[in-house]
Write a protein that binds this ligand. Structure first.
Ligand code: G
Ligand code: G
Ligand code: MN
Ligand code: NA
Length: 253
């Protein structure tokens, strides 16, 4: 189809690019790293968000090439920054289809093994929002990634299919609390209780925890009270191009 041809051309033309959203340590105020978020930059300059193309990219399988392209660009754009800051983490989103075969593991090796970004700096995010068809394979793939030195985060926690079963079966290292719970933290007792339980769960299972979609100082204060130590959101910074992320890193240090 015509739309399909356009999309393939857009991939070849390098129109899918990484944006970087800082993740902050809310105890120390230091930068922990970032989440990489894909954007489609059209030739006319408009930026398109994943909500408008991700379902198509996933259903057609284009997402595999797009994800490889995004990962390669991260090594080119922020490799130097990551080499200079070995503690910085770079979090990359995968989709459920990436856990249907081991190809993505080879991609991660091909792209990062000899790059300035080390496996120890990479976090792979898998969303709880959509089901994984083959939990045993996903479990094996996650173990293999961890053996390479990567960490694995469960994204959108509290919104999806997996719940406790995913946390137990997948061997997750980090849980990301969905914005939905952060939005009403403080105003709403149930959200506060849910976040509190997630912190306790993460502590008991030895996992890290990151709050997403933090927009106000009040939310940061509440999160600190609840023992959350890492957060990302518009309060700190929006997703931004590499040059701005590098400048941001220099500024907060
Ligand atoms: O970047 P936000 O600004 O619009 O992203 C919207 C959604 O798209 C989020 O759920 C995010 O996880 C997802 N997303 C962003 N970038 C990527 C990517 O590179 N790969 C995958 N699979 N999902 C992504
Ligand atoms: O699903 P995932 O967590 O990967 O995607 C994060 C999404 O949330 C992206 O679309 C990103 O642009 C968006 N986002 C990040 N921080 C904030 C925030 O503070 N407020 C809002 N409204 N959206 C955010
Ligand atoms: Mn994510
Ligand atoms: Na999320």
């Amino acid at each position: 189809s015509e739309a399909h041809d356009d999309f393939s051309a857009a991939i070849r033309n390098g129109e899918f690019i990484p944006y970087y959203q800082p993740v902050m340590d809310i105890e120390t105020g230091k930068l922990r790293g970032c989440e990489v978020l894909m954007r489609w930059r059209r030739p006319n300059g408009t930026m398109v968000s994943p909500g408008q193309f991700m379902a198509y990219a996933e259903s057609t399988g284009h997402i595999f090439d797009m994800t490889r392209s995004i990962m390669v660009q991260t090594t080119q754009e922020v490799g130097q920054l990551y080499e200079e800051n070995p503690d910085f983490k770079l979090s990359v989103n995968l989709f459920a289809g990436h856990f249907r075969n081991r190809e993505v593991i080879q991609d991660l090796k091909d792209i990062y093994e000899n790059s300035k970004i080390s496996f120890q700096q990479i976090v792979v995010e898998v969303t709880e929002r959509y089901p994984l068809d083959d939990l045993d394979l996903a479990r094996k793939m996650i173990a293999e990634m961890q053996a390479m030195g990567l960490r694995v985060a469960l994204d959108d926690v509290g919104t999806g299919h997996g719940g406790m079963a995913y946390l137990q079966k997948l061997g997750i290292d980090i849980i990301k609390i969905d914005k939905m719970f952060i939005d009403s933290i403080g105003d709403d007792d149930s959200s506060t209780t849910i976040v509190d339980s997630m912190v306790e769960l993460a502590d008991n299972l030895g996992m890290g925890i990151i709050a997403e979609g933090v927009e106000t100082e009040d939310q940061i204060d509440r999160l600190r009270e609840l023992g959350v130590t890492a957060a990302q959101g518009y309060f700190f910074a929006r997703p931004m191009p590499a040059s701005e992320y590098i400048a941001f890193a220099a500024k907060v240090e």
